[in-house]
Design a protein around this ligand. Structure first.
Ligand code: PLP
Length: 366
């Protein structure tokens, strides 16, 4: 007898998400596999976290007002149009749960963050990947896939794992050419790291249109991945919908308090971005000199392609690094079997990894 209780349509098609590898707890390792921050959190955020220990027995403010106030002030946006969640992945999931019904179509870019496919399948929707040019999202190819069934377009800007981005002009063109009944979700998990003058995170689009949402996170530049805090800036009608389905206390008191302090510490954010820019450029140049193709990245990681590196197999290199307790990210699940993604880390970790890859590549040259 088949005694399984059937899940919703699409769910068994999901390949469970596999996060970046880390070493054995308690054993010294270098973890550059999950795009976490190189400098760690603001000291003010750590102090706020410690203060929150006195409040562990009570429920958090379900409206997360202090956190939303800090986000509103620092981004110059209406506090009533902000929603917070347990990571931006919760908010992306809530958007899918709220708007997708079986048979809807969801468009994203070929090498987009994998969660968009999971969210689509979880709701019985049909995930549709648009081809890219040079590992960069292609506006025309996304627009060409629109049908009367399209409900959501997800775009990570910048994208993980490629590190490439669409300019403000390209995002505006994408939006200008989609019907009003399609929701454009712009995922800006790495927005703070982008220093290019032709980029913005899409705040103006949300302010002016009813079908755009941007999501952001405290996991990257604010270095609070473990506390799980994300937020979104949305039109009012979408806030009203998402607030109906989110957990009433979905952000904890330690997260609210540390998040508020992190958001207000602009100096720490600036230091983290400066560190990232400096080391991203340094590593880009050094890996390129080694004959490795490096995809130009505006985020806090680099994608390296070993396809044309003489006698190097990225799987074997990953194993070599893991044996030395160094963890980077293979991106086979993204359809990139010859690439490896490395997070920009501390000076020491960056140099150690570079040295090991240098040794491995030189040692294997014929
Ligand atoms: C593009 C992108 N969006 C969203 C997330 C989810 O981040 P979090 O749930 O920690 O906010 C990630 C995490 O790596 C990401 O790379």
């Amino acid at each position: 007898m088949n005694n399984r209780i059937n899940p919703g349509p699409g769910i068994m098609k999901i390949k469970p998400y596999v996060g970046g590898k880390s070493g054995v707890i308690g054993k010294k390792s270098i973890k550059l596999s999950s795009n976490e921050s190189a400098l760690g959190p603001s000291s003010h955020a750590k102090e706020a976290f410690l203060k929150s220990l006195d409040s562990l027995a009570i429920y958090p403010d379900g409206q997360q007002y202090a956190l939303k106030e800090a986000i509103s002030k620092n981004n110059n946006i209406d506090v009533n149009q902000i929603i917070c969640g347990a990571g931006s992945d919760e908010i992306l999931t809530l958007i899918g749960n709220a708007y997708l019904v079986p048979g809807d179509e969801v468009i994203y870019s070929e090498h987009a963050f994998i969660l968009y496919k999971i969210i689509s399948l979880a709701n019985g929707a049909i995930p549709i990947a648009a081809t890219e040019k040079n590992l960069k999202a292609d506006v025309d190819s996304m627009l060409n896939l629109i049908t009367p069934k399209t409900k959501i377009i997800f775009i990570a800007n910048p994208n993980n794992p490629t590190g490439t981005y669409l300019s403000t002009g390209e995002i505006k063109r994408l939006h200008a050419n989609i019907p009003e009944n399609i929701l454009l979700v712009i995922d800006g998990a790495y927005a703070e790291y982008v220093i290019n003058s032709d980029y913005d995170s899409g705040i103006e689009l949300v302010s002016n249109y009813s079908n755009v949402v941007i999501t952001r996170t405290f996991s990257k530049v604010h270095a609070l991945a473990s506390l799980r805090i994300g937020w979104a800036y949305c039109p009012n009608h979408i806030i009203e919908v998402l607030n109906r389905i989110r957990g009433p206390f979905n952000v904890s008191i330690p997260a609210i308090m540390a998040g508020e302090a992190a958001m207000n510490d602009n100096e720490h954010v600036k230091n983290s971005v400066d560190h990232n820019t400096k080391w991203r450029d340094y590593l880009y140049n050094h890996y390129t000199e080694l004959g490795i193709e490096v995809i130009p990245s505006v985020a806090n990681f680099l994608l390296l392609n070993f396809k044309n590196v003489e006698n190097i197999n990225s799987n074997n290199l990953e194993k070599y690094l893991n044996d030395k307790n160094i963890y980077i990210r293979n991106v086979k699940d993204y359809g990139l079997p010859t690439h490896l993604r490395i997070t920009i880390g501390s000076e020491k970790d960056n140099k150690t990894l570079l040295e090991e890859i240098h040794k491995y590549v030189e040692g294997n040259r014929l």
